[in-house]
Design a protein around this ligand. Structure first.
Ligand code: PHE
Length: 446
């Protein structure tokens, strides 16, 4: 069976960006930044993107394109049988993420529908909070919308890499960007907006919590789709002549820009309406209806905003689900449609437990180690499996793969003469990335 490929460098960039940009930027980044004190957290986060995220992304691109395989086989080809365990860890992590990610995607889908129905007309802080709580605590509703989101992902994935993933990501990214800009302009013209900007950008390290640094590291992995094998899987479909270094830089920069723009929309609104920035996961859902409430065509804009957020979440889910699907297809020799179906069923099963476990819903009393099912899936993936995957991936490429092999894969195919930037990257990868992740990790666990 011939392996599929993306058709051009632009398609590679947009698909990879489609994986990176998602609920991570629009939902998670603002609320996590809010819960961890704002500017100082942002500072640590940017540091993690630069010294950890980008090197790990280049490494994943290298592993994927060099081997043109799913993560399990990719590690096996480059490092022997025992390394394939990193690939298996990735599959588990991508499923764990999907369990709660699909639940939140379901909330966003339902918000898209609700805004189309005009449910947010004349929204106030109180009504906004009520609608959010009613949405996430209605058992039938959350399951219905979560399954809808999963169905959309499954249908696109059965169409394959070019017809599905590539086509879906191509038009949507630019439109999302424009809409977030509109939100920003509106938020910045609210009363007190400067407070929000100060909160986001003024660095005050005394506001950091002891757990904030691991949280920032986990967020940078989650944001850039790293440590789960998603970028390895996508890179296995990259064109031969794609410039891996510049693609990773472009993706990391654009992704960070979108997160910042989301923050610039949300925090001024938080302060204008006297909400707490540390409100938590509901932050996006409560502030965005307020942003548009008194704007001409506010209804239409609100609908478009949630529609695009649904789409961003969907393109990110494509890459998460593609990890186990590529494994089933290549290792277990199961056809694409059947693989997609199997993986979707598993996610629907565990994912619905996550959706039903949020505060106020029917399974909110089920706690493991004091955490809800939703939080356990989130914690295990973001704070444990992703950073662990990151250490192993960077150490693998930094210490176990021959240097020449990396240099040839990354530069020679492009006939790039100047290999100095690559050498710097290799140094960071060897001496900074795994060690930094290790220190943060060990520090936070003990
Ligand atoms: N990066 C995606 C987001 O921010 C989530 C994701 C994580 C996707 C890991 C793939 C792998 O929403």
């Amino acid at each position: 069976m011939k392996r599929e490929k993306f058709s051009s460098s632009l398609a590679v960039f947009l698909a990879t960006l489609g994986s990176a940009i998602g609920l991570g930027n629009i939902w998670r980044f603002p609320y996590v930044t809010g819960m961890n004190g704002g500017g100082a957290f942002l500072f640590v986060y940017l540091f993690c993107v630069l010294l950890v995220g980008i090197p790990v992304m280049i490494s994943e691109f290298f592993i994927g394109r060099k081997t043109r395989s799913n993560p399990v086989i990719a590690f096996e080809k480059l490092g022997g049988r025992k390394w394939s365990i990193v690939g298996y860890m990735g599959i588990i992590a991508s499923l764990l993420i999907m369990f709660f990610y699909s639940a939140v995607a379901g909330w966003v889908y339902s918000y898209t529908f609700k805004s189309l129905m005009g449910k947010f007309n004349g929204a106030t802080l109180e009504s906004s909070k009520d609608i959010f709580i009613n949405t996430i605590t209605n058992p039938k509703g959350v399951i219905l919308w979560q399954l809808t989101a999963l169905l959309v992902v499954a249908i696109i994935l059965t169409m394959g890499v070019k017809g599905g993933i590539e086509r879906a990501t191509k038009i949507l990214m630019p439109v999302l960007f424009v809409l977030i800009l509109i939100c920003d302009i509106r938020a910045l013209t609210l009363e007190n907006s400067l407070e929000g900007i100060k909160f986001l950008f003024a660095v005050d390290f005394s506001k950091l919590k002891s757990s904030s640094i691991l949280t920032a590291l986990g967020l940078s992995f989650f944001k850039l789709s790293l440590g789960v094998g998603a970028m390895i899987t996508y890179a296995s479909y990259f064109t031969d002549d794609d410039n891996l270094m510049s693609t990773s830089l472009k993706v990391a920069l654009s992704d960070t820009l979108i997160s910042l723009l989301a923050g610039i929309a949300i925090f001024p609104t938080v302060f204008a309406f006297k909400m707490e920035p540390s409100y938590g996961p509901g932050l996006l859902f409560i502030t965005i209806p307020l942003i548009f409430s008194k704007l001409p065509f506010g209804n239409v804009l609100l609908f478009m905003f949630f529609l695009l957020t649904s789409i961003a979440a969907t393109t990110a889910m494509l890459s998460l689900v593609e990890v186990p699907v590529a494994y089933l297809m290549e290792v277990k020799k199961i056809g694409r449609i059947k693989s997609v179906l199997m993986v979707t069923c598993i996610i629907a099963l565990f994912g619905s437990l996550a959706a039903l476990s949020v505060e106020g819903n029917v399974l909110s009393n089920v706690k493991l180690l004091g955490k809800s099912v939703f939080d356990i899936f989130d914690y295990l993936s973001s704070n444990i499996l992703l950073p662990l995957g990151g250490i192993l991936i960077s150490a693998f490429v930094g210490y176990f793969v021959r240097r020449e092999e990396v240099i040839i894969e990354i530069t020679n195919k492009m006939r790039i003469k100047n290999v100095n930037p690559l050498k710097i990257y290799l140094l960071v990868l060897k001496y900074a990335t795994p060690i930094l992740i290790g220190i943060i990790f060990i520090n936070s666990i003990f």
